[in-house]
Design a protein around this ligand. Structure first.
Ligand SMILES: [Fe+2]
Ligand SMILES: [Fe+2]
Length: 335
């Protein structure tokens, strides 16, 4: 799904300002490529801090896709119809695919998948804080599609132009799939809003609980995002957190009107002079508390993820045994 603005530092990220002692022609070539809006490829020289920033961002993004499967996966067995079940299975499977693309993109930077998974499973690595909240009713699944995938699209469209080639190319396909995710969520909510009063109340309740968390997905305000400026200079990040958040609010307010729900913000109103909607204060203390591991579902999500990984050990063992056998056979034939 889903990046929040992925500049949430982890342990390794704190050492970001490492100074490169690479030969200056290589550095100049890198800078010139960035300046010309070209792409950096895995075999190209790159500053260590650029590499580290990308590994952190892409792996956090991959983790978010994988952990993001959990809150919705909980509803596959409880979807209200065969049609909704088929759509939800397809969506959750897409998210798994996004995670795998992104781990592969991060591996081109020299970090192994085992290292990245170890970071996730030990709690050192971050993932989007939105998935540490529960999905309490069926409308949550629709709201995740509409708002969470909607916020993810807003974040990820500019990443299609990211300066790192493998990441930018992965994002092109991912964004197409996210667009389907957003639409299926919105359509499911439109149907519920034509239903009973109880169904309408479920939609409103889900919007009330998730709206502010979605605004926080864009990451801390620009003034508190020291990594963002460097990310912009390197062409990794193209649009700032606050600008993306504003675009999301402006795009979502008319959609909420069509749907017939209220967005839970008394300060939300059109500002003629700015040409944008004004909105209220995000609770950043709550956001950081959740990022730090203390949200309502952090422990449960991580435990489920670790269990799924351990339960899948036999599949990885079998795949490796099969690959070994194929290789041995090929070598015998070649001999
Ligand atoms: Fe998605
Ligand atoms: Fe995704």
């Amino acid at each position: 799904m889903y990046t929040q603005a992925m500049d949430i530092p982890d342990e390794s990220g704190k050492k970001l300002a490492s100074v490169s002692n690479a030969p200056s022609e290589q550095e100049a070539a890198f800078e010139a490529r960035i300046e010309a809006d070209g792409r950096i490829e895995p075999q190209d020289w790159m500053p260590e801090a650029y590499r580290k920033t990308l590994v952190r961002q892409i792996s956090q993004h991959a983790h978010s896709e994988i952990v993001g499967m959990l809150p919705e996966g909980n509803w596959i067995s409880r979807a209200p119809s065969l049609k909704r079940k088929a759509i939800l299975i397809a969506k959750v499977q897409d998210e798994g695919g996004h995670g795998l693309y992104l781990y592969s993109a991060a591996e081109t930077l020299g970090t192994s998948r085992e290292q990245m998974l170890e970071g996730l499973h030990s709690g050192k690595a971050k993932y989007s804080s939105i998935f540490n909240y529960p999905t309490l009713n069926w409308a949550d699944v629709g709201v995740i599609g509409w708002l969470v995938d909607g916020a993810a699209i807003m974040n990820q469209i500019p990443l299609c132009r990211c300066s790192y080639g493998p990441y930018s190319r992965a994002m092109i396909r991912v964004c197409k799939e996210e667009s389907f995710h957003q639409r299926q969520g919105y359509e499911a909510l439109l149907v519920m809003m034509q239903g009973s009063e109880a169904q309408k109340a479920m939609v409103q309740d889900a919007v009330n609980r998730l709206w502010w968390k979605c605004l926080a997905m864009f990451g801390p305000p620009d003034a508190d995002s020291p990594h963002s400026a460097q990310g912009m200079r390197w062409g990794i990040k193209r649009i700032s957190n606050d600008e993306l958040r504003q675009k999301f609010v402006d795009a979502t307010v008319p959609q909420a009107k069509v749907l017939g729900v209220t967005l839970p913000d008394p300060d939300l109103k059109w500002n003629e002079a700015r040409g944008h909607y004004d909105y209220g204060q995000i609770d950043w203390a709550e956001f950081w508390n959740t990022v730090e591991g203390n949200g309502p579902c952090n422990k449960e999500r991580l435990a489920t993820r670790v269990k799924a990984h351990n339960d899948g050990q036999w599949v990885r063992d079998a795949a490796q045994a099969y690959a070994r056998k194929q290789q041995e056979r090929a070598m015998k034939e070649a001999a």
